[in-house]
Each structure stands twice: as structure tokens, then as C-alpha cells.
Design a binder for this molecule. Structure first.
Ligand code: NAD
Ligand code: IPM
Ligand code: MN
Length: 357
């Protein structure tokens, strides 16, 4: 039986990297037994330009009906001046929230072939394999009240960092379960020395830990975690943290792997429906030039096959092909050695397809 998947290219390099994933899906359908119905729609700035709405109703309807959604990226300077409700980024946040995709998994794996591409010393990052579990539908991104208002003769901007016990508990369960499947070490990152919301976070995570005696739990303040990520990232197996801390730490983890163009992600709800996206954004500085690295998106497709489409076999195949392509020395500019040869987005996509068999 065919499963439905939805492709949302979005803006900037989004369409370029999704085009490579889309070619790969076609080949998987043709030659590798993948049965999927594929729909493609605009989101973000591209949708706003078409319809005045960055998240048209049809996107939500199709997303709800799909087992997996693969998104490129949204946003760019062209839309930065729009009121917040019309901004491309708001569309993405609404989509995450509407599908209740609270568990964002962001693995940072250093392919040994890329040890040179990291700005860190090879011995610090070699064989890195860690995972950030980021809470994605709560925290300061969604807390009320929020706004900019006039107070005592000047404007004041404000947001609210809020987490309920149930929100903390469900992301903690996701993180412990994920850790159980890996090296059974979980580090919860917070700011409990300053924030009440982190105090509660820590308490609830401790409670949930009682159900996972096989997982070793530790706690770390977020400022120290940022430092430890660049000092000695291999001390981490799984990190669990809130929405904004997770956003920041995952970009930091991205650089450990050589380039943000390498980092995939999965955002899951309780029924394993998922939104899959590269961690990077629309990269306006390189859009339209064939310079974007499509591997983060291709690896996000692999995560979709594994977590939402029950096709671990095909996920393995893609991941093996990516490894092989890197081994062969093919590099988009972001992972090329300085002054070395580099390939285009399309050439990288084609090489992964060739590496499938
Ligand atoms: P960015 O991730 O788009 O770019 C940061 C840097 O990384 C740039 O130099 C860019 O060229 C490079 N880069 C990113 N992806 C790359 C790839 N695949 N291959 C090679 N190089 C790559 O972050 P930014 O510049 O802060 O944001 C640009 C826009 O993207 C903003 O509008 C922002 O809101 C949006 N954004 C969207 C998402 C998303 O849709 N999930 C995520 C982050 C940022
Ligand atoms: C990400 C992005 C998004 C976020 C933006 C574009 C809304 O930075 O997916 O990491 O902050 O979650
Ligand atoms: Mn981010």
C-alpha cells in the first residue's frame, strides 16, 4: 500500500536541495520497491508570493494526511520586513505546532572522511556520534504573553519562557527512549541556576528517569554545554533540552560535523508522523548558484524512511551511499578543503543516486 509523502521546497536553497531528494525518491520508487504518493507544495516566502499566505490551508491538510513531510528551508531577506504572522518562519512554526511535532531529533555525526572539514582538531571530533533531542512545540517560541508594546514612554519587547510538567515529561520520555537505543547516556541541558522553568524541568526529568534505570542521566547548564560541545563533544551521547537552547546548541553541533549542510533532523509527534528538514536555513548568500550541499536533506529523507515509512532498509542504503560518495572525495564547497576541487548540488545528488547499488 502506498504511503503519502509531502515535499515542501520553500525558499532560497530549499528548492535546490529538495530537487535532489526528489530525484532520489523517484529512483527508490523505480528500482528499490518504495511505494509512495508524492505531493509537492509551496510554503514560506514562495507561498506568500503566490497567495499572500506563507502557510496555505492546503499545506496543512496535505501535511496532516501524510506519513512524512520533507521540507527544504524557509525565509530570506525578501520577507524579513513582513508582519510576523506573514513571515515564512511563522509558517514553519505553525506547521510544527499544528501537527504537534514536539520531539525534534538532531543527530550530529562526523563522517570520518570529513574530519578535515571541521574547524576543530581532528582528534576532538573524529568518530563523533551524538544526538540532540530538542523540545519543539513549547518554550519561549510559543509562550504567551508576547509582543512589543508601549510602557512608560518607551517600547518594550517581551516573550515568555514557559513549560508545563506534561510538556517536559513527554520530551523526557522521548529522550530516554532514544538514549536506550544508543549508548544509554542522557544529558539534560537547562539554566536551573537562574530560571524557575529550568528548576521544574530538572525535577520532572529526574522523575521520568526513575522509569529508565538503565540510562545514566546527568544535568548541565546551557552555557557550560555550549563550551563543552566545542571542548570535548564526544563526552555526549544524547542531549535533551528546550526549544531555544536546542536551536542554538544544534547549530553549534552542526559545525562539529564539518558543515551545517550535513545535518538532518526529524520532528515527530506521538503517532510517529514526522516533519523532516535539514537543520540549516535558506542560505540566501548561496541560493541559486548550485553551491548548496544537499546531503542534510538527503539524510533527512533517510530519517523519514526509518522513522515514518518503516523502511530502515532504504534508510541504510542512502546512508551507505552518502558515506561512499564522501569517501570518493566528492565535495560541495562547504566541505571542500580550502583551494580544493568542489562539485555542484546536482552532481552531489547524482553521485548519491549512483552510490545506491
Ligand atoms: P542558514 O543556515 O541559512 O545559513 C548560515 C550559513 O550556512 C550561510 O553562510 C549559508 O551559506 C551556509 N549554509 C547553510 N546551509 C547550507 C548548505 N546546505 N550548503 C552549504 N552551505 C550552507 O542561516 P541564516 O543565514 O541565519 O538564515 C537564513 C534564512 O533562513 C533566514 O531567513 C532564517 O530565518 C531561515 N532559516 C530557516 C530555517 C528552516 O527553514 N528550517 C532554519 C534556519 C534558518
Ligand atoms: C531551525 C530554525 C527555525 C527555529 C526557525 C527558522 C524558525 O532556526 O529549525 O533551527 O528556530 O526553530
Ligand atoms: Mn536553527
Amino acid at each position: 500500500m502506498s504511503q503519502k509523502i509531502l515535499l515542501l521546497p520553500g525558499d532560497g536553497i530549499g528548492p535546490e536541495v529538495i530537487a535532489e531528494a526528489s530525484k532520489l525518491i523517484d529512483v527508490l520508487r523505480l528500482n528499490h520497491g518504495l511505494e509512495v504518493d508524492v505531493t509537492q507544495l509551496d510554503i514560506g516566502g514562495a507561498a506568500y508570493d503566490q497567495s499572500g499566505d506563507p502557510l496555505p490551508e492546503d499545506v496543512l491538510i496535505q501535511a496532516r494526511a501524510s506519513a512524512g513531510v520533507l521540507l527544504g528551508a524557509v525565509g530570506g531577506p525578501k520577507w524579513d520586513g513582513l508582519e510576523r504572522s506573514k513571515r515564512p518562519e511563522t509558517a514553519l512554526l505553525k506547521l510544527r505546532s499544528a501537527l504537534d511535532l514536539y520531539a525534534n531529533l538532531r543527530p550530529a555525526i562526523l563522517y570520518s572522511e570529513l574530519a578535515d572539514a571541521s574547524t576543530l582538531k581532528t582528534e576532538v571530533v573524529a568518530d563523533l556520534d551524538m544526538l540532540i533531542v530538542r523540545e519543539l512545540t513549547g518554550g519561549i517560541y510559543f509562550g504567551q504573553p508576547r509582543g512589543i508594546e508601549q510602557r512608560e514612554g518607551e517600547r518594550v519587547g517581551f516573550n515568555t519562557l514557559v513549560y508545563s510538567e506534561s510538556e517536559i515529561s513527554r520530551i523526557a520520555h522521548s529522550a530516554f527512549k532514544t538514549a536506550q537505543l544508543r549508548n544509554k547516556r542522557l544529558c539534560s541541558v537547562d539554566k536551573a541556576n537562574v530560571l524557575e522553568v529550568s528548576e521544574l524541568w530538572r525535577e520532572v526529568v529526574e522523575q521520568v528517569a526513575l522509569e529508565y534505570p538503565d540510562v545514566e542521566l546527568s544535568h548541565m547548564y546551557v552555557d557550560n554545554a555550549a563550551m563543552q560541545l566545542v571542548r570535548n563533544p564526544k563526552q555526549f551521547d544524547v542531549i535533551v533540552t528546550g526549544n531555544m537552547f536546542g536551536d542554538i546548541l544544534s547549530d553549534c553541533a552542526a559545525m562539529l560535523t564539518g558543515s551545517i549542510g550535513m545535518l538532518p533532523s526529524a520532528s515527530l509527534n506521538l503517532s510517529s508522523q514526522g516533519l523532516y528538514e535539514p537543520v540549516h536555513g535558506s542560505a540566501p548568500d548561496i541560493a541559486g548558484q548550485g553551491k548548496a550541499n544537499p546531503l542534510a536533506t538527503i539524510l533527512s529523507l533517510a530519517m523519514m524512511l526509518r522513522y515514518s515509512l518503516n523502511h530502515a532498509d532504504l534508510a541504510d542504503k542512502i546512508e551507505r551511499a552518502v558515506k561512499q560518495v564522501l569517501k570518493s572525495g566528492l565535495r560541495t564547497p562547504d566541505i571542500a578543503v580550502q583551494g580544493g576541487k568542489s562539485c555542484t548540488t546536482e552532481q552531489m545528488g547524482d553521485a548519491v543516486i549512483q552510490g545506491l547499488d
